[in-house]
Design a protein around this ligand. Structure first.
Ligand code: SD4
Length: 323
């Protein structure tokens, strides 16, 4: 296969698989493989605007995609007003704020933490896991102990506002995520730097009032985030269980490898969730870029949006949706 791929790339050709409309068909199509080198940042939801601004600032100074991804999402982790990421995140049903995050660099390295408590910047702990340990993922108490060893400080992440929301929830204690209204929006952020390299990060406090110990898709490499510097990157937001069951971000990057555009790949990712049934009451949003700087986004329901930054521009874009 690799011989075949290098043979094709010598010819400037790649194999293109066609989506649902033409499943099983394989075409040969010429494709421009030159990477986009102007700088591109994509991130989920409107908190992506300040995150993109910071990531793009780093890229414009010649910084790496992975530094830009980490520093971009840290802006959102540090904002106590946001109730879906980092400090201020809505707690689980026991009143504990538990955080999930991961990061991937342009060399295929990955780091992740899940079920992490009392640490302000889970993405930076994930970065330390990637850079300083032989492992990919640390969880719970072990992740916290590692963070403290690395010099991170204990921080109380439960703000008065989120505590009050939990106390209100306890009155009925019914777990009913409401599509796009639950104010519970993960940030997944993808970067393409001026050297044409791709990286990404994803960080969240997970679904509001989840069971204690529940871990979503966001820290799982291939589910909430996947980056392959030869091809592109993808990230997910929404009901993590559906993304986990379809390994959505990995799927989207692999579809791009087969020649799907980022848009076609995101649409196929959503279709896999639809095919599993039970999709009407949940929201999923996928966001992807390829090495050529093309962008794709697709959601189950209307309401998903994302921030797109290129030099001199940082704007919100509404994603198309299946329903
Ligand atoms: C999770 N995917 O923990 C996250 C939550 C999320 O918008 O993205 N909400 O399942």
């Amino acid at each position: 296969m690799s011989n075949r791929r290098s043979f094709l790339s010598q010819l400037g050709l790649s194999i293109i698989g066609i989506g649902a409309a033409g499943a099983g068909r394989v075409l040969l199509k010429t494709k421009n493989q030159a990477p986009y080198k102007k700088g591109l940042v994509l991130s989920t939801w409107s908190h992506g605007i300040p995150a993109n601004a910071e990531a793009m600032r780093i890229i414009e100074q010649g910084g790496t995609a992975v530094d830009a991804a980490e520093m971009g999402v840290r802006v959102v982790e540090a904002d106590p007003e946001g109730q879906s990421v980092g400090i201020g995140g809505l707690p689980d049903r026991d009143g504990k704020v538990t955080l999930d995050a991961c990061i991937m660099d342009s060399n295929g390295n990955a780091g992740s933490v899940c079920f992490l408590q009392d640490i302000l910047h889970p993405v930076s702990v994930a970065r330390k896991v990637m850079d300083e340990t032989p492992h990919v993922m640390l969880s719970g108490e072990g992740a916290k102990r590692f963070a403290l060893d690395q010099g991170f400080e204990l921080t109380d992440l439960l703000t008065e506002r989120s505590k009050k929301a939990w106390e209100d929830w306890l009155k009925e204690a019914q777990y009913k995520p409401i599509i796009n209204i639950e104010n519970h929006d993960t940030i997944g952020l993808l970067t393409l730097d001026k050297a044409g390299n791709i990286a990404g990060a994803c960080t969240t406090s997970g679904l509001a009032f989840k069971m204690h110990g529940r871990v979503g898709d966001s820290p799982v490499i291939g589910a909430g985030l996947f980056v392959d510097n030869e091809i592109g990157g993808a990230t997910a937001t929404g009901m993590g269980e559906a993304v986990l069951k379809t390994l959505g971000s990995f799927l989207i990057v692999e579809l791009m490898r087969q020649g799907y555009s980022p848009q076609e790949a995101c649409e196929e990712g959503v279709r896999r969730i639809v095919a599993q049934g039970n999709y009407k009451d949940i929201q999923i949003g996928y966001l992807a870029m390829n090495k050529q700087g093309e962008v794709g986004a697709y959601a189950l329901h209307p309401g998903f949006n994302y921030a797109e930054a290129r030099p001199g521009m940082n704007r919100m874009v509404d994603s198309p949706s299946f329903l």
